[in-house]
Design a protein around this ligand. Structure first.
Ligand code: GDP
Length: 297
């Protein structure tokens, strides 16, 4: 069966939240993502070079995990949403403590609000002498962000993405937000995932990184995404370490695709290769509008 399981039979368990980092240009999104990646327990153990596969998992010393989408900025967020993939559980709004609220900060607030995604504010660059976090929080309030400090429910954390100060508190805030919003997934049953990005690897052929939503992905699974399919013959994490299984919220690089799936595509497990093949044939012969496949361009 290629259709998502009956929602009423889901056996939900807490899973790591999938987090998108947003904010005005130069406010420190990339620097924060780099710091987060560096502080993962797994990363420190591996000590190697991280490949960008569009998402990465941070393991805290408590064992808890967070998944971050690697492409900062609202372009990625809105294009994924436009394509129907509601992958983001929590948005982090990065605002530089010296610059304060800028045009894109406001755009991010509007976007996140219209998507109904919970928000956590990170006031960055607090190491700078010119940083004025109190003023920034007041500016945010003026844009309608109801911060806890003013009696609202939006958490705000003061950080420096350069020194790492406050980042553990940000991670704590994200875990608390995930718990509050009951971020859950069903690790059993057929896999449902979202394609983050894909490319042709010189040695491996077409590869796609996906983030699992439900089910647990294992080698040998047959996946359908858009108008292509593949039988997963190898799986890697962002350190190119082979993976045996990928439970909900895990980013994973999958090998074995016939063609390149498109980022934002929903990805479903099929019972067999022949079922996948006929599903793709059906989709190819049906106008996108009717088959439920979104046009890529
Ligand atoms: P992005 O455009 O939002 O991804 O911003 P970047 O991460 O590229 O950061 C823009 C500039 O701000 C870079 O020169 C960073 O080194 C600097 N920067 C980022 N975070 C901090 C911070 O916490 N403190 C200081 N002093 N500089 C920062």
């Amino acid at each position: 069966d290629l259709f998502p399981r009956d929602r009423s039979t889901l056996c939900l368990k807490p899973r790591p939240p999938v987090v998108t980092v947003m904010g005005h240009v130069d406010h420190g999104k990339t620097t924060l993502l780099d710091w987060l990646r560096k502080t993962s327990v797994a990363e420190r153990e591996a000590g190697g070079i991280t490949q960008h596969i569009g998402a990465f998992s941070v393991q805290l010393s408590t064992g808890e995990r967070l998944t971050f989408l690697d492409t900062p900025g609202h372009a990625a967020f809105s294009s994924m949403r436009a394509r129907g993939a509601s992958l983001t559980d929590i948005a982090v709004l990065v605002v530089a403590g010296d610059d304060g609220v800028m045009v894109q900060t406001r755009e991010c607030v509007d976007l996140v609000r219209s998507a109904g995604v919970p928000l956590v504010v990170a006031i960055n660059k607090c190491d700078k002498p010119g940083a004025e976090p109190e003023r920034v929080e007041e500016e945010l309030l003026q844009c309608g962000v109801q911060l806890e400090r003013f009696g609202g429910d939006v958490q705000s954390v003061r950080i420096s993405a350069v020194t790492g100060r406050g980042v553990p508190q940000l991670e704590e805030a994200l875990l608390a937000e995930a718990e509050l919003n009951a971020v859950m997934g069903d690790p059993s049953g057929p896999v449902e995932a979202v394609v983050i990005e894909s490319h042709v690897d010189r040695g491996l052929g077409p590869v796609a990184s996906v983030v699992v939503r439900h089910g647990t992905l294992e080698c040998g699974a047959v996946l359908v995404a858009g108008r292509t399919w593949g039988k997963v013959r190898a799986m890697f994490d962002e350190r190119r370490k082979p993976m045996r299984e990928a439970p909900p919220s895990t980013p994973v690089l999958t090998v074995g695709w016939r063609d390149l799936p498109t980022s934002g595509d929903n990805c479903l497990q099929a019972d067999s290769e022949s079922a996948a093949r006929s599903m793709v044939q059906h989709r190819a012969s049906t106008p996108a509008r009717l088959s439920g496949v979104r046009e890529n361009r």
